[in-house]
Write a protein of this length. Structure first.
Length: 408
């Protein structure tokens, strides 16, 4: 297999795990990973949690690279601008064009920004997002005791930042169009309980409203809501979801509606047929998961880069070896997404896809909502997800009951 090259675009967790997965499945040729951040792959979840309290040094967040991937070539600070899948070439913003025998697309997502008039979308203008280590460093400087912080969005990251900033002594207002924080993944009852716990710690919510205007010349001084409320602010955090980093794949006939549509072997799909020699991994991939059904979905959970990286490694190694490819492609693919979140003293642990549940399919399975509990999310009779509030061992016990693992 000498002389072959795998090009991995995106140097995050999924890119790293794909490189390790190729080696684990016997690929011995060249692997080059190119990423646009200055950093080697690092762990993002602490950026909205404990890392904001203390040391945001890269070496504390960096992933250990497994020994099988020690010979991978890394290029940091370089962005892919265009891939030509027919010619098997990728162009980068430093002018270089690299060819490949197999390609891994691992460019993840970026934070969605609010497109309304006002000061520029920069940390200097006190408008923050939190996706990268550099974002976190910029935000942390503003989270001083007494600072007025307006968090826009009450999803996982918005709620985590609200909790962290409150703990750091900031006065926090959290604004969201939804009726409850984290209502989409948790359902109304648990979400209402989460809101109550945040409020007990001092977070003020403004729910069911949007943002009308940012006021300020060089930096935001006030946020005006659609109901007319005006919130004075020192720091704005836009935690409004994500946009996929897929522009570099434009022009190849792929389905890029919400990330890159793939088959169960993580090969991108063009005109209904998979593109061999290419794999899409991590947050960027929209794949069918037969544990639930054949509908393709993107899942922005920390477990997915590892699962998809391993799968891509197996499929591409077999493809490049010219041996066992059909079997690798046909292998079962029924991953169990998992997610955790830390907010104040609350540890949420989720398995499966709670968002797939019927509106009337959400029930407390163990414990009590006002204390520690496990909530089950059902689609008809099928348990599609569980969320534990505390009760870690108990919620772990439900893992094998979630969805329909495919047999054979
Ligand atoms: C603040 C925060 C907190 C989180 N907390 C949790 C949590 O508690 N639990 C949980 O399960 N998950 C959490 N997540 C989600 C989890 O971190 C992600 O699912 C995971 O990082 C995805 O890995 P990835 O490699 O697919 O993408 P990323 O880690 O985003 O890596 C993609 C890389 O590609 C780079 N890139 C983009 N475009 C290009 C280009 N054109 N050329 C080259 N490189 C490019 C990006 O800059 C980035 O470095 C959190 C995420 C964030 C941001």
């Amino acid at each position: 297999m000498g002389g072959q090259r795998v090009l991995v675009v995106g140097a995050g967790l999924a890119g790293l795990r794909a490189a390790e997965g190729l080696r684990a499945h016997g690929y011995t040729g060249d692997i080059t990973v190119v990423g646009d951040e200055a950093w080697a792959p690092y762990n993002r979840p602490p950026l909205s949690k404990e890392a904001l309290h203390g040391d945001l040094a890269h070496e504390k967040l960096a992933f250990r690279v497994r020994s099988n991937a020690a010979d991978v070539t890394w290029r940091h600070g370089v962005a892919a601008t265009h891939a030509d899948l027919a010619a098997r070439l990728v162009r980068f913003d430093d002018g270089e064009v690299m060819g490949y025998d197999a390609l891994v697309a691992a460019t993840g997502v970026r934070a969605r920004r609010l497109q309304i008039p006002g000061p520029p979308q920069t940390a200097a203008a006190r408008r923050h997002v939190i996706r990268t280590l550099d974002d976190a460093v910029g935000l942390r400087a503003g989270l001083v005791p007494g600072a007025k912080v307006v968090v826009l969005g009450a999803g996982f990251i918005g709620c985590e930042v609200a909790a962290t900033a409150t703990t750091l002594g900031c006065e926090v207002h959290c604004v969201a169009i939804d009726p409850y924080p984290m209502v989409r993944p948790l359902g109304p009852e648990l979400a209402a309980e989460l809101q109550r716990r945040h409020e007990k710690h001092g977070v003020t919510f403004h729910l069911g409203v949007g943002v009308a205007e940012f006021v300020g010349d060089h930096h935001v001084t006030d946020v005006v809501l659609t109901d007319g409320t005006r919130l004075g602010t020192d720091v704005v955090v836009e935690a409004l979801g994500s946009r996929c980093n897929d522009e570099w794949l434009d022009g190849n006939g792929l389905d890029l509606d919400d990330g890159v549509l793939t088959d169960t072997a993580l090969r991108p799909v063009r005109d209904g047929a998979p593109v061999d020699g290419v794999a899409v991994v991590g947050d960027l991939a929209r794949f069918p998961n037969l544990r639930f059904d054949d509908r393709a979905l993107r899942v922005e959970h920390w477990s997915i880069p590892t699962d998809t990286g391993r799968r891509a490694g197996a499929v591409l190694a077999a493809y490049l070896a010219g041996d066992g490819y059909a079997d690798a492609v046909a292998a079962r693919w029924d991953v169990l997404p998992s997610f955790w979140s830390d907010q104040f003293d609350i540890r949420l642990q989720s398995y499966g896809m709670p968002g797939l549940a019927d509106a009337d399919g959400i029930r407390v399975l163990e414990g009590d909502l006002s204390d520690e509990c496990v909530v089950g999310y059902h689609r008809g009779d099928e348990l599609v997800g569980v969320v534990g509030v505390g009760m870690l061992r108990v919620v772990n016990g439900y893992r094998d009951r979630v969805g329909h693992p495919v047999v054979g």
